[in-house]
Ligand binder design. Structure first.
Ligand SMILES: [Mn+2]
Length: 420
């Protein structure tokens, strides 16, 4: 049984104002075209607090002076739903997965009545009605108002006495610290990704196009039980690898080029985020080895450098300084600032339910955080782009590289490719 939603709810309650309510929606699949919808994926904060991946649910948390209450509202099965889409989760199933008390799970129709009861002075559920309503007010884009303002529009209109606050920053804070259960899920996502990269390596010398290797990856991870990709896969050969967000993956492969993969599988909504760079012919050229070795050294040294108390600023500075030193040593650059021609992103990010996970990037690292370390060098004039990315857990003493078993040594990669 998953403990993390229970722990997450308990932690969240301690951060809420007294006399407050939190309303979170699990969301619905967005419309695609005509009568088609995108595949449903749960709102991450809803999932974090419930362990439920079902559309159209509402979570209601109430915090009073002394007590807290957690309610869940779910869709009721109808004949039409059962025949066309398959039965929705029952109250018992929802209770089992979320550990929300069965007697606190209702159908969606009951939401208004129960919320009204909470707001009613005479018979309010926790003695006093909420004064604050927390909603998930994150911006998909700053030109669009947060979706929760539309979803909760009726509440906002019916209860103008409620002060609206954003729950997102509290959840962003809590989600930085992974529980043991969550780390296990991330490790499973990494294991699927390892299987996917092994499939890529086994086919690399025999494929003609980038998208074929993407297909090999998707086949292998979904065959292995992953729900799919955590984000758009990058399969970028030659010069394409110098474009950071190259996702077209439609170019022909050329022997002698490198190919950079930035990809990750999902497991129970948790993602991996791994980058590896391989020689299409099966062997690195001398020049490719020189550049690859620099990125690999900086990858390892930066992972080594991680420990509680280190800040993102220090991590970024460390990796950049080492890249400057190494590229100067081989004569690729002469002045420090020239490094921005060859390395133009930051060293990493938090990882979890979102690939670029929520969190505070201005506070020092602490035990239980999971982050990516992904140095790179992109030498467009030579048609070479290299990135080596691992997923790392911050521990009390330092760090553990969760993706250490995914091959990244030159000899290892060449040896594997030799056998294909
Ligand atoms: Mn990444």
């Amino acid at each position: 049984m998953q403990q993390h939603p229970i722990i997450a709810r308990e932690k969240l309650y301690t951060r809420l104002d007294q006399d407050s309510a939190v309303v979170l929606y699990s969301g619905k699949a967005p419309h695609r075209t005509l009568d088609q919808y995108y595949l449903y994926t749960p709102q991450r904060n809803f999932f974090y607090l419930t362990n439920l991946s079902e559309p159209s649910m509402i979570l209601l948390l109430l915090k009073g002076k002394k007590d807290t209450k957690t309610y869940l509202f779910i869709e009721e099965n109808t004949d039409l739903i059962i025949k066309w889409e398959g039965a929705r989760m029952t109250k018992e199933e929802a209770h089992e997965k979320s550990q929300i008390p069965l007697e606190n799970i209702f159908y969606l129709n009951d939401f208004d009545k129960l919320f009204n009861q909470a707001m009613n002075y005479a018979r309010s559920i926790l003695g006093t009605p909420p004064k604050t309503l927390y909603l998930d007010l994150y911006h998909e884009s700053f030109s669009v108002k947060p979706k929760a303002l539309n979803q909760a529009q009726t509440l906002i209109e019916n209860y103008p006495e409620l002060t609206i606050k954003n729950i997102n920053e509290h959840l962003g804070y809590l989600r930085m610290f992974k529980t043991d259960d969550e780390i296990v899920e991330i490790q499973k996502a990494i294991a699927h990704t390892n299987v996917g990269l092994a499939a890529i390596l086994s086919k690399l010398k025999h494929r003609e196009y980038e998208y074929q290797l993407f297909a090999d990856f998707v086949h292998a991870i979904t065959f292995d039980g992953s729900e799919g990709c955590a984000f758009d896969t990058i399969a970028a050969s030659g010069k394409n690898a110098t474009v950071l967000h190259y996702v077209k993956n439609n170019d022909r492969l050329h022997k002698g080029d490198l190919i950079l993969f930035d990809l990750g599988a999902l497991h129970a909504n948790y993602g991996a985020d791994i980058s590896r760079t391989y020689p299409i012919s099966g062997q690195f050229t001398e020049r490719q080895k020189v550049l690859y070795s620099i990125v690999l050294t900086v990858n390892k040294e930066t992972i080594e450098f991680i420990k509680p108390g280190i800040t993102w600023k220090e991590l970024n500075a460390f990796a950049k300084t080492r890249l400057i030193e190494e590229t100067k040593r081989i004569g690729l650059i002469k002045e420090d600032q020239e490094i921005t021609n060859y390395y133009y992103h930051s060293i990493g990010h938090f990882l979890g339910l979102d690939v670029h996970d929520v969190g505070l990037y201005d506070q020092p690292l602490e035990e239980g955080m999971v982050l990516t370390i992904e140095p790179g060098l992109y030498v467009a004039e030579e048609g070479i782009g290299i990135r080596i990315e691992d997923d790392v857990l911050v521990t009390a003493e330092g760090s553990v590289n969760l993706s250490a078993s995914i091959p990244k040594e030159i000899e290892e990669i060449e040896e594997i490719l030799k056998r294909t």
